[in-house]
Design a protein around this ligand. Structure first.
Ligand code: NAD
Length: 709
């Protein structure tokens, strides 16, 4: 037996199986572990001296994190077929089925986190005793990476707790704290970590059973299964409609989960497990799971661990942060920093304005107290860390200052000078500008090597991404410290080089302009919005343009003209529509309660009916598919341009930034994964075809053309 699983048989006849996959911070299902577990089950079954077994892990606070996602993510690259993937799932299912039917009782002593396959192993055990450690979370999060639990999760969980309770856990992939796991019936007992093995022995010696509920005669799924179950209309009919609405058929996992549960629970468990494997095979051999695993798990984990950070630069924790501008962004940044335990000096032009920013934070947190998410004490402690003032001298001792004042070069230059007068040589000055090139802003700085862009997204509290922009003179140490701070906030930093609009703003502008161009062409505005949502964007381009505000978009274009920017940065696609909406039609966006949408005092916004007078709807409407392709392609193409220009340094940053920052659909794996998935050659052909129909903005880049041969 290899060294992933130790077996120790005690004098009481209890076998203690301890998982410890070497070289891994957390246990995962490696081929060696699967092999060892199979042999261990046979040993327990065959040895008359063994009365039962306990499965636990040697890793602190971690039982088993599930499948090796890196390996699963590469399965697509290896060209795995649905049949092979299904057989892989079946092999694991058969092993766990053997475990639960071998005649000897098994207890899972879950000493820490048990996710995915880790929880599925526990569900196959006859008893589950969970550690009360808050890190001992359990759940089936496969859906978040385009998969379903393929080792019995979609079969045992519904049989254990009933379909209505199991479906939300399977479809949302939510992890449960020990108390929640107990309350929902996923585990039998919760004990402190030291007591787990003792409790497991106690059960094995006193009241063991080696038969699972679903293998007992007369067993019925709690709440019933099949079309006649009273919950069926909600669980399945409404469930399918809801999931179709959410996924728009882009991500096949949620519907596969519903099918697996529905079909698998009206038959015996062995047949159910085969049904599950069939759906798992389809998902794992498809591109969506590969894309989601690679971008949202493997690459995001790497980026969160700061793979792109200049490695030899010393690290630094920010203890005192300055934030200049207590408006929407500044207040948000101050709030998340104080949440992370950082003392914040929040400055605005007047004390009243600074206090207003702090009051906005307090109001937001009060809502969280009301909803039971935060306690009054924690909020008091957080607010006490924020010092609202207009006194720049308070900035002394700050390791980092983030500027979030008006998007105006002169205002920003003045602030830079005032701030730098107070800072140590090693303190970093970061601008939260969304569009102004960092190198230009750094001209106001007397220490441009300590000047950097740190582009947060709105609302700061909810958006996980920060785009770090390296100016011409920004030093590696400054980049490293900026990234350290973002990690301190538990946000995800992507790293890009300076250029007008950087990466995210530049690419999302293409989405918005493309939508406006469609309106100008006479495409039904509702169809424009729906096509974007059907492609998987969280909102349509017209709704987003209203949020950003058309007048701001116009101001950016005017500033680009004034700066005489090279033509390739000046987006013209939707410009005529922007100018007309702002100047003639006086509909600058949501703040003015008038944009592409109407914003009534009561009720939901709706598309402005006058739009069809301003832009008459064409008699011939394009297909929804063609509109979806335009959105996905124009953003991917602009990213390819960013990559060619060196704005994008690492492809993974572009993929993650596009999903977490600007709503590019997750099923694609991000802007560059989209190109890779359909193939560069096909992408280039599609670009040529779109260019012939819609204009030169769709012409592929030289690099893409070269790669396509
Ligand atoms: P805002 O208008 O809500 O806030 C700006 C704040 O700066 C105001 O409170 C203002 O009083 C203060 N201010 C102005 N001049 C000042 C000075 N000389 N000294 C001190 N304070 C001063 O603006 P916002 O939306 O928070 O944007 C701030 C910055 O963040 C801009 O550069 C913007 O481009 C950028 N940004 C905005 C968003 C967004 O979605 N709003 C997203 C990313 C980045």
């Amino acid at each position: 037996m290899n060294n992933t699983l130790a077996i120790e048989v005690g004098a009481d006849g209890i076998a203690l199986l301890t998982i410890d996959v070497p070289g891994r911070p957390m246990n995962v299902f490696t081929p060696e572990l699967i092999d060892s577990l199979g042999k261990a089950v046979e040993q327990v079954a065959a040895d008359d001296a063994i009365i039962g077994a306990i499965i636990t892990s040697a890793k602190q606070s971690s039982f088993l994190a599930g499948a090796d996602l890196k390996d699963l993510g590469e399965a697509f690259e290896r060209g795995i077929t649905a049949q092979q993937a299904s057989e892989f799932s079946q092999s694991l299912s058969k092993l766990l089925r053997r475990l639960e039917t071998c005649g000897k009782p098994f207890v899972a002593a879950i000493n820490g986190l048990a996710l995915g396959g880790g929880l599925e192993l526990c569900l196959a055990c006859h008893r589950r005793i969970l550690s009360s450690d808050v890190k001992a979370v359990i759940g089936l999060p496969e859906v978040k990476v385009g998969l379903l639990p393929g080792a019995g999760g979609t079969q045992r969980l519904p049989r254990l707790i009933g379909i209505p309770a199991a479906l939300p856990l399977l479809l949302k992939g939510k992890t449960l704290q020990p108390s929640e796991a107990y309350a929902q019936g996923l585990v039998h007992e919760v004990f402190s970590p030291e007591q787990l093995i003792g409790r497991a022995r106690h059960w094995l010696l006193n009241s063991p059973t080696a038969v699972q509920p679903w293998d007992r005669k007369g067993y019925k799924i709690p709440g019933g299964a099949g079309p006649l179950a009273s919950h069926a209309p909600v669980s399945f009919t409404v469930g399918v409609a809801q999931m179709t609405g959410t996924t728009q058929h882009n991500d096949p996992a949620p519907l596969a989960i519903l099918s697996s549960v529905y079909e698998g629970t009206i038959v015996d468990i062995d047949t159910g497990l085969r049904i599950e494997s069939k759906y798992f095979g389809k998902l794992l051999s498809g591109s969506v799971a590969r894309n989601m695993i690679r971008t949202l798990f493997i690459n995001k984990t790497a980026i969160d661990k700061l793979v792109n950070r200049p490695s030899d630069a010393p690290t630094r924790t920010v203890t005192r942060l300055g934030v200049i501008g207590a408006g929407m962004m500044g207040a948000g940044i101050a709030n998340v920093a104080a949440q992370a335990g950082v003392n914040v000096v929040l400055i605005d032009a007047t004390v009243e304005q600074a206090e207003k920013g702090k009051a906005d934070i307090a109001a937001l947190l009060a809502r969280d107290i009301k909803r039971g998410r935060l306690t009054q004490e924690s909020v008091n402690a957080r607010l006490a860390r924020i010092n609202a003032t207009n006194d720049y001298a308070q900035l002394k001792g700050c390791e980092l200052v983030v500027e979030a004042v008006f998007e105006d070069r002169t205002v920003k230059a003045n602030v830079t000078r005032q701030v730098e007068a107070q800072l140590d040589d090693n303190a970093v000055f970061a601008s939260n500008t969304s569009t102004l090139p960092i190198t230009g802003l750094a001209q106001a700085s007397i220490r441009p090597e300590r000047f950097i862009g740190m582009h947060f997204f709105s609302p700061v509290e909810r958006m996980p991404l920060v785009e770090v922009i390296i100016g011409e003179k920004t030093s590696d140490q400054t980049v490293a410290w900026a990234m350290d701070f973002i990690a301190q906030l538990r946000k995800t930093p992507i790293l890009v080089r300076d250029s007008p609009g950087f990466f995210t703003s530049r690419v999302i502008m293409n989405f918005l302009h493309e939508g406006m161009k469609m309106v100008e062409e006479g495409v039904l505005p509702a169809m424009v919005e729906n096509a974007a949502r059907q492609a998987g964007f969280p909102a349509g381009p017209l709704a987003v343009a209203d949020e950003v505000s058309l007048s701001l978009m116009q101001a950016i274009l005017k500033a680009q003209d004034a700066d005489n920017l090279p033509e390739r940065y000046r987006l013209r696609t939707g410009r005529k529509v922007i100018d007309r909406m702002v100047d003639q039609l006086k509909r600058p966006g949501r703040r003015a309660k008038a944009g592409f949408y109407e914003y009534p005092e009561q009720g939901a916004k709706f598309l402005w009916p006058g739009l069809s007078d301003a832009y008459p709807v064409a008699a011939d409407q394009p297909s929804v598919a063609s509109l979806k392709e335009r959105f996905l392609t124009i953003m991917a193409l602009e990213t390819a341009r960013c990559q060619e220009e060196g704005v994008i340094i690492n492809a993974m940053d572009a993929d993650i930034g596009s999903i977490l920052g600007i709503g590019y659909p997750a099923w694609t794996g991000g802007v560059l994964s989209y190109i890779q998935t359909i193939g560069v050659k096909t992408f280039v052909e599609r670009c040529h075809a779109l260019a012939a129909l819609h204009g030169a903005r769709f012409e592929p880049t030289q690099t893409l053309v070269q790669q396509a041969v």
